[in-house]
Design a protein around this ligand. Structure first.
Ligand code: GLA
Length: 394
């Protein structure tokens, strides 16, 4: 199979979207901004515990094309829905209809707060990041909109500040109390590298992931948890509770020995949640070192251990995700290095590292066995680490 390069994919998406913009708004766009989704190699739910994560941007992205207006109105359209959002750009920009527009109103409101004040504009957006798959489709919308606001206003934000304002938008306009990982990697991702992020200091370390012999396979289980809703917030407060009992600022500061010594002071569930975070932080730092040195024999087991920990301690996997990971584990001889659920959990995708030579075969076997056993058709794709958000010069 020949892979399209990322640039070619974005170019094709851009050509198509520009034509649609011209048809809908009667003129050509003059600004374009792109922001990718992400996959997390390891380090799950550690971000809001001030810990470490190791995500990379993926070759699936939100693209927005736009042209300015001579008033301060914004007209937003998307290729995903028929309805349009129309609102005034001013200091009291708030939530509104249609619901999807809140992912875009939020970043605009906080850009305004930071002095990034674009004039009114017409915009059309398109996203190739699957929604609800745990690949940060919402962060890619938010970061793309903030990047467009920078382009139109001709003012640059510090990328970390941009990620933080998009995270605030997710909290207040989308209602998810997320950590910083998704917006951060969408804003700061680098081609050919994963990023080890210290979610307390916001320091990053580039971790090369450009070995031609290794690929990243993402498989969407296409099965969401029926109960998904408040679980993310619940996990977050359980972690905060554990940190309080342990007398630390965040679980990042706790050791396994401290946790074991305090076992009698907390219930089993709180203990297990903290156990996941403390061990996951350790695995994430070790995994970054292993990836840096191409030590796949160390990296693989860390990924599988992360999955086990999410399954048993943090309890965020689904039977379908467990199945995908165990099917991958059965194929070590064919070239699977490691595999685990990725993202917030309760459905979504697995991330699998495999040797390039048999990657297509591995992907096909996992998918056909998964479909046989569940009756659900999964969606797989191979990706390389992509560039973070950027403007396209027109
Ligand atoms: C979601 C959140 C992130 C992070 C992950 C779990 O993607 O948006 O901040 O907490 O879940 O690692």
């Amino acid at each position: 199979m020949t892979r399209m390069t990322e640039n070619a994919m974005i170019q094709e998406q851009f050509n198509d979207l520009s034509e649609k913009f011209e048809r809908q708004f009667g003129r050509k766009p003059s600004f374009a901004a792109v922001a990718p989704g992400r996959v997390n190699i390891i380090g799950e739910h550690t971000d809001y515990n001030d810990g470490f994560v190791l995500p990379m941007a993926i070759e699936r992205q939100t693209l927005i094309v736009a042209d300015v207006r001579d008033d301060n109105e914004v007209r937003l359209r998307t290729t995903a829905f028929d309805d349009e959002a129309v609102f005034e750009l001013n200091d009291d920009l708030s939530k509104g209809e249609p619901g999807w527009s809140n992912y875009l109103r939020g970043p605009l409101a906080y850009c305004f707060e930071k002095g990034i004040k674009p004039s009114g504009f017409d915009a059309l957006l398109d996203s190739t990041v699957p929604t609800g798959g745990g690949l940060s489709s919402s962060a890619s919308l938010e970061v793309a909109m903030a990047t467009l606001a920078e382009a139109i206003s001709g003012t640059k934000l510090d990328p970390v500040q941009k990620a933080l304002l998009c995270q605030k938008a997710e909290h207040n306009f989308a209602g998810t109390p997320c950590g910083i990982m998704d917006q951060f990697i969408s804003a700061l991702g680098e081609e050919g590298s994963a990023l080890l992020i210290d979610c307390r200091s916001y320091q990053t370390r580039q971790v090369k992931l450009d070995d031609p012999n290794v690929v990243v396979i993402i498989i969407n289980s296409n099965k969401a948890h029926e109960l998904s809703g408040g679980e993310y917030a619940e996990r977050r407060s359980q972690c905060e509770e554990a940190a309080k009992i342990l007398g630390v600022k965040a679980l990042r500061d706790a050791t396994l020995d401290q946790l074991k010594a305090a076992k009698d002071q907390m219930d089993d569930v709180t203990f297990k949640r903290a156990h996941h975070i403390i061990t996951e932080n350790d695995r994430t730092v070790k995994a970054a070192d292993a990836l840096d040195t191409g030590n796949y024999l160390t990296l693989g087991p860390l990924m599988f251990a992360s999955h086990e920990s999410m399954k048993n301690d943090f309890e965020i996997t689904t039977p379908e995700l467990d199945l995908l990971v165990s099917l991958a584990a059965d194929m070590a001889e064919l070239g699977v290095i490691g595999s685990r659920m990725t993202g917030g959990g309760f459905g979504g995708c697995t991330v699998t590292l495999a040797y390039t030579q048999n990657a297509e075969r591995i992907m096909d076997i996992i998918c056909s066995k998964y479909e046989q056993q569940t009756g659900v058709k999964p969606s797989p794709f191979i990706t390389r680490p992509a560039q973070g958000a950027h403007q396209i010069q027109l």
